[in-house]
Design a protein around this ligand. Sequence first.
Ligand SMILES: Nc1ncnc2c1ncn2[C@@H]1O[C@H](COP(=O)(O)OP(=O)(O)O)[C@@H](O)[C@H]1O
Ligand SMILES: [Mg+2]
Length: 466
Amino acid sequence: MAARSNSVGSFANSMQEFESFRDFFTSATLTTLIDLPFAFLFIAVIWMLAGPVAYIPLAVIPLTILVSLIIQIPLGRTVQNLFRHSGQRSSTLIETLTGLETIKSIGAETPIQRKWEQTVGFMTKFSQRARLLSSTAVNFTSFLQQMATIAVVVFGVYLITENEITMGALIASTILTGRALAPMAQLAGILTRYHQSKAALQSLNTLMNLPVERPSGREFLHRPEFKGGVEFKKVSFRYPNQPVDALSEVSFSIKPGEKVAFIGRIGSGKSTIEKLILGLYEPDEGAILLDGTDIRQVDPVDLRRSVGYAPQDVVLFFGSIRDNITMVAPFADDKMVLKAADVAGVSEFVNRHPSGFDMPVGERGEGLSGGQRQSVAVARALLLDPSVVVLDEPTNAMDNSTEERFKAKLSESLKEKTLLLVTHKASLLSLVDRIIVMDQGHLVADGPREQILAALKKGHIKVSKG
Ligand SMILES: Nc1ncnc2c1ncn2[C@@H]1O[C@H](COP(=O)(O)OP(=O)(O)O)[C@@H](O)[C@H]1O
Ligand SMILES: [Mg+2]
């Protein structure tokens, strides 16, 4: 997660570049490279037939190569620019398409359109320049080629009048000169493609060198069963490229089966704690232990199977409600789905729909209300009956009566489980026995619910005023 690209669009673009890279190697132009050595063979034959006439193609070859190489300098730069802008274009496109409703509703069409037109404008400019440069190179080399043929004929006729060579030798030399120089004209074209492929290869290489979650050679502990104890030991964490720590020296210990709420102002680091528990990011300092084992040693798959997580920003996928719930475990049977859906309140709205659990969900969850999406996310988290349940503001889009029912069912089903609940709703605090108060990345209070609530009321817990 820490290494993920800032822009989905340019990422997608560099995936596509793979094609252009492959094209380079399978293209017919590349085979002209094989023709290059033959050029020298042809020139040797000319030398045998007509002697000094061979100097003409021999002089033209370095000239064409030189021209092609000189043109590569501006061409390489142009192609790089083109590449950057095409990445930007896809990122604008994807961002716009995924955020269409927001863009329309806040009336942001104009700046987005301007951005798009600007990028497309740049792309046109650079691709035109790239084309101009490469066609200049190609045209110039074919011009040289024509000139070489003419020079061979003129020089050859002169040699014939001097009785140095025969008519047949001249005809052969003319043909061979054309043959020898033919691949040269292609050379400029190949070099252009080479630049495109190089840019593509660069971005592919960056992609391939990103860290992976399960590097080969790293042994993970296989721990399918966790009891559910969670411990933070002086954990500090800063998001990549951020100026301040999101968490600083946070320590707490939660026993299996304990129910804990994290409260605090927005941006105080509550969601970050949960993301660290799931191993989405690694702490910069300190350690996070699950049943006494550092989570860095635990296989990410086992970890996420034992920790059910419903994020604050729910993302659903195109498919049915059932698909979305069973995404983590396609093998889940109906009984598991029904149980999780019942606790999370999914059953309530699904039963009212003619298709039931096959009720369609649009891309990114379109077609469901915010509260319904949250329900689906909670059902997803509960599906595998995990020993630790991590919920990030699970009810902030639910109405009161739905929330009440959800609360009752959740406390029933989580009896033995560890619950980590981020919330700013006082009503949900009845689910927990213990409260941890966060403020600007620091843990400022930790204790039994009643005690903390009383202290908060009296203003004994210092939180920054913002
Ligand atoms: N993906 C991210 N990249 C950079 N900074 C982030 C990211 N997510 C959160 N932050 C920052 O980390 C801090 C804590 O955020 P978070 O844990 O989400 O707070 P909250 O308590 O509201 O859940 C905030 O200052 C926020 O700006
Ligand atoms: Mg949050």
